[in-house]
Design a protein around this ligand. Sequence first.
Ligand code: GDP
Length: 359
Amino acid sequence: MQNIPLNIGVTGENGSGKSTFINAFRGLNDGDDGAACTGCTETTETADPYLHPRDANVTFWDFPGIGSDENRAAGYTKKVNLDKCDFFIIISANRFTENDVRLAKEIKKMKKKFYFVRSKIDSDLYNEKKKLKTSFNREETLTAIINNCIEGLQDAGFESPQVFLVSSFNIQEYDFPLLQETLERELPEHKRNALLMTTPITSLEIIERKKKDFQAQIKYYAAASAVGAAVPVPGLSTAVDVGILIAAVTQYVHGFGLDTPTMKRLAVRTGVSYDDLHGVIVSPLAAAEITKELILKVLATLSGTAFLMAAEEGSRFIPFIGIPVAAALSSFTTSRLLNYILNMLAEDAQRVFTKAFSQ
Ligand code: GDP
């Protein structure tokens, strides 16, 4: 499940905010290693790939706009190899253009999903506020923008288009969280894991959804640990268990954005210092390198665990009956430990999110 690729196509006119969106989705700030160049005027003819910093299976493709030339449009789909993407985000900083619509129709022909994103909403609100002063109404302005986009797309032949209002400078606001939820819901099951793993934390609900997803996978880790325990070689059961714990815990830490590089980037983006963000963390597993030693240290602090491990170790050497008993115990221990650690890390993620965005 952890090796399934996810390819996300992002397209729109030059200057519409594609690069900034791709960076925001990956939790990167301008100038970070691997960040797409924003505000760059040069146009490429091919699609540029941008890998997710924590998961090389997830790639964002920055597609050049389709252009208005009919001949170019005809060869476009093949030339840029649109087919490789699982779904597409079509971005516009204004009403969607004829070119955006033309591209959406090409994507539809390929029976793939696409989502319209109206970018730079923060700047629209700012301008409207300057213009209307005391009569400014945030909700009315947002409704007017979305209606304007929807009408344009309906005129172009889309019956009930869905448009998401986004500011890549504040992804926790406006419709970005709704876009994340929609993508999660509409992606095929086997791809959803890759998205959930890498999707940025923009709300407490996302933390909860990630936690549920991780919880649903615990049975696989527990089963793997049962297989390991069933092999009657002294020491192997515990060694296999720790390896499994490292894999699972690393996934949780990354998924919740609790690894040090992600937290440092969050600090830069929000202006809340890294020390302040780190200060709300309780678990020793967050913002740390997940090693065997660290896992064992944490396990030693959990009451009852040592007993379960000892019981498992002893039972494996009782012929016939011992092996199934050890397998069940190992599976139970792994499952119990992972649930405990998952809850602890989810709570840390909530505290970090609240600290980062509540000021
Ligand atoms: P691209 O050519 O489509 O890749 O567009 P860029 O991502 O390079 O963005 C073009 C310009 O718009 C840059 O100056 C960005 O800083 C700015 N921009 C992009 N997204 C936003 C946004 O959500 N809000 C605001 N205010 N500016 C944005």
